[in-house]
Write a protein of this length. Structure first.
Length: 268
C-alpha cells in the first residue's frame, strides 16, 4: 500500500514539475519572440508567439503580440482573430482591447474608403506589444467580482433582447429608452435630442422590421460599469435586408445598462 501511495505521489509530482518546466520554456520562447519583434523579424516572431499561444491558451499576451506581428506581415484578418482570442481569454486585458479597437477602426476606415471608390492604401495602425507574461491569479476576495461580472453579462444580454425586440415591434419609446442621454452618434454631428428626433421619424417610416442578433460577445471593464458588446445583426424589412457586425458601448447608470454609442464594424 505504501508503495502504491508513493507511486501516485511520484506521478503527481512529475506532472506538476512537467507543467512548471513547460511554463518556464514558454516564458523563454515568449521573450525570444519579443526580441525578434523588436528586431523587425516579424515572421519568426509570429511563429514563436503562435506556438506559445497554442501551448498556453489561457495567456492573452502571446495572442496580443501574435496579432501585432501578423499585422506587420499584412495579415489584418488573422490579426483580428488573434486579438479576439486575446480579449476573450481575459476580458479586462486593456492592451489587447486597445489594440483590438485600433484594428477595428482601421478595418472600418478601409471598408468606408472602398465604398467611396477610393483606392488609396491606408497605413495600418501601430499596435502595442506586451513585454511580459502576467500570470493569472484569482484571489478569494475577487470571487464576488467574478460573480457580479457574470450577473452583468446576463443583464446586458437581456437588455439587448429588449432593445432588438422594441425595434422589431415598432415600440419606439421602449427602443429609445435603451439609450443613455450621454449617447453620441458615430459622426458626433448631432446632439442626443436631434438624434432621438431623427430616429423616431426613421422608425415610424420603416415597415415590417425584424431584428435578430447572433454571436453576442460582452466585454466588461474592470470596474464593471462599462461594457463593449459585439454581435452579428440581421436586419429585415419590407424593402431592405442586411447583415452586419455591430458594436454597442453601454454604461451602467440609474441601475440599468444603457447604450452610449453604436457603430457598424463590417457589412457581411
Amino acid at each position: 500500500m505504501e508503495n502504491i501511495r508513493f507511486s501516485v505521489f511520484a506521478i503527481v509530482l512529475a506532472m506538476l514539475l512537467s507543467g512548471t518546466a513547460l511554463a518556464s520554456d514558454m516564458h523563454r520562447q515568449f521573450q525570444q519572440a519579443l526580441s525578434l519583434s523588436k528586431q523587425g523579424e516579424w515572421q519568426q516572431a509570429a511563429d514563436l508567439f503562435q506556438q506559445v499561444a497554442k501551448e498556453q491558451p489561457d495567456w492573452p499576451e502571446p495572442k496580443n503580440n501574435l496579432a501585432v506581428a501578423l499585422l506587420k506581415l499584412g495579415q489584418a484578418e488573422q490579426a483580428r482573430q488573434s486579438l479576439e482570442l486575446a480579449v476573450t481569454s481575459q476580458s479586462s486585458f486593456k492592451v489587447a482591447q486597445d489594440n483590438r479597437q485600433k484594428l477595428y477602426d482601421h478595418l472600418a476606415a478601409k471598408a468606408y474608403e472602398k465604398a467611396l471608390g477610393n483606392n488609396g492604401d491606408l497605413q495600418p495602425p501601430e499596435l502595442q506589444l506586451i513585454d511580459s507574461i502576467q500570470q493569472a491569479s484569482v484571489p478569494v476576495a475577487q470571487a464576488v467580482v467574478v460573480t457580479q461580472a457574470a450577473d452583468a453579462d446576463a443583464i446586458i444580454r437581456q437588455q439587448l433582447d429588449r432593445w432588438s425586440g422594441a425595434w422589431s415591434g415598432a415600440d419606439t419609446e421602449s427602443y429609445l429608452a435603451c439609450y443613455s442621454p450621454q449617447f453620441k452618434s458615430f459622426d458626433q454631428k448631432i446632439d442626443f435630442q436631434q438624434w432621438r428626433y431623427q430616429r423616431r421619424i426613421r422608425l415610424k417610416s420603416s415597415k415590417n422590421v425584424a431584428i435578430s442578433l447572433d454571436a453576442i460577445k460582452v466585454f466588461l471593464n474592470q470596474q464593471g460599469n462599462t461594457a463593449l458588446v459585439e454581435f452579428v445583426q440581421y436586419y429585415r424589412s419590407a424593402n431592405y435586408n442586411d447583415k452586419v457586425i455591430k458594436q454597442l458601448l453601454l454604461i451602467h447608470e440609474n441601475n440599468q445598462w444603457l447604450i452610449t454609442s453604436e457603430r457598424v464594424i463590417k457589412a457581411l
